[in-house]
Design a protein around this ligand. Structure first.
Ligand code: NAD
Length: 267
């Protein structure tokens, strides 16, 4: 059911790899709510993912960009404005990758070159994106920028490894850049802290199924799905959320406020 909440708005969505991706669901919902969209992903994801399928389905142009490379981001922002016919109203940063996790390195035996690359992809890319957008004056007044994060930024989830620090950095960039973007352009910057979700990035975490089941039992509403996350993103991109900025917003069925749920004792 569409409410035309994004009618006439132009957006850029990073990170749709396949139909499991949270970004995929967000792109579909934004399209259904009347937005025109550019889709983007890293060159390697173009080859192995299914983004072309999504592009056809929602009539979106696909512009490849490695989010760690400034020239790619400049090209993406310029081309998107040209294709969509004006400045950008909303951006979703839905990017995460840990080299140490992927290579099976434990948290007490991290490779620091990998770690820097992890931070660059998963967090610094967010600053690079906002800085490039600000320099190019590519975002409309009262635009909305959202990045996806996880509660391991605040609490310890041992198997999340260096992604915990990546998310802490990402959330801090949202607050700090949110000040500058808000003051200069009235642009809003927030992070949404999402429940465990079955996706390529999610299931890369060791013991993900147990992790998922635990959070599901702990949360009074159960885990928030990718579809529900997409609904929240639509709200955050719409004018209904026009006074929300510099926040880390938990979208987790209540998980973040729980201490103990008796349901967990019956696991
Ligand atoms: N799945 C979960 O349990 C969960 C929970 C909370 C937050 N998140 C966050 O949601 C976001 C999306 O992840 P997802 O779960 O949909 O998984 P996903 O694997 O579908 O998406 C991750 C995306 O990051 C892209 N990416 C990696 N390196 C890149 C680069 N250099 N440049 C541009 N793009 C690059 C990948 O190609 C992929 O499309 C991530 O930030 C993730 O940390 C996921």
């Amino acid at each position: 059911m569409s409410h035309n909440l994004l009618k006439g708005k132009r957006g850029i969505i990073f990170g749709a790899l396949d139909e499991q991706s949270i970004a995929w669901k967000v792109a579909e919902k934004c399209h259904a709510e009347g937005a025109s969209i550019s889709l983007t992903n890293a060159p390697v994801a173009m080859r192995f993912g299914k983004i072309n399928e999504l592009g056809e389905k929602i009539n979106a142009q696909i512009i490849q960009a490695d989010a760690t490379i400034i020239e790619d981001l400049e090209n993406l922002l310029k081309q998107s404005q040209e294709n969509l016919g004006g400045k950008i109203d909303f951006i979703l940063h839905s990017i995460g990758m840990s080299l140490n996790v992927r290579k099976g390195k434990s948290y007490t035996d991290l490779n620091y070159d990998f770690m820097q690359k992890t931070f660059d992809i998963s967090a610094i890319s967010f600053h690079k994106l906002m800085q490039t957008a600000m320099k190019l004056d590519a975002v409309n007044d009262h635009g909305s920028i959202v990045a996806l994060t996880y509660i391991a930024a605040q609490r310890v989830f041992p198997d999340y490894s260096e992604m915990a620090e990546s998310k802490a950095l990402l959330e801090s960039f949202a607050r700090s850049f949110g000040y500058h973007f808000g003051t200069q352009k009235k642009v809003r910057v927030n992070t949404i802290s999402q429940s465990p979700t079955m996706t390529t990035a999610g299931s890369g975490i060791k013991g993900f199924q147990e992790f998922y089941d635990y959070a599901n039992k702990m949360s009074p509403l159960g885990n928030a799905s990718a579809e529900a996350c997409a609904d929240y993103c639509v709200f955050m991109f719409s004018d209904l959320s026009r006074c929300i900025t510099m926040q880390n917003l938990f979208h987790d069925g209540g998980f973040s406020t729980m201490g103990l749920n008796p349901a967990i004792l019956n696991l």
